[in-house]
Design a protein around this ligand. Structure first.
Ligand code: ZN
Length: 98
């Protein structure tokens, strides 16, 4: 199974970049690149991509959802306790009509 395919499979559940790096044995920068690629091709295929952006645990600041890796610092309160962004891809569901 190719890595990209593996990525798609695990992303049916929301995952963080660091989870993917750990479980798929990838470097962080590789993860982000492949993740981006998976998102673009999933969208192109009409699948539904959901990204929960990174969020500051201290003040609730929401980061840009294009950011897929964990930010080091909150620009608002300078806190470093930050929730990592979660990405998931749902396969196309059969649309009821015939
Ligand atoms: Zn903050």
């Amino acid at each position: 199974m190719t890595l990209r395919r593996q990525l798609r499979e695990v992303l049916t559940t929301p995952r963080t970049a660091s989870w993917l790096a750990r479980e798929l044995n990838m470097r962080r920068d590789e993860v982000e690149e492949d993740l981006r690629h998976a998102i673009v091709s999933a969208r192109a295929a009409g699948e539904s991509v959901s990204i929960a952006p990174a969020r500051c645990k201290t003040c609730g600041f929401l980061f840009d959802e294009e950011r897929l890796s964990k930010p080091g610092k909150c620009p608002s309160c300078r806190g470093t306790r930050i929730f990592e962004p979660l990405v998931s891809i749902s396969p196309k569901t059969a649309s009821g009509g015939t």
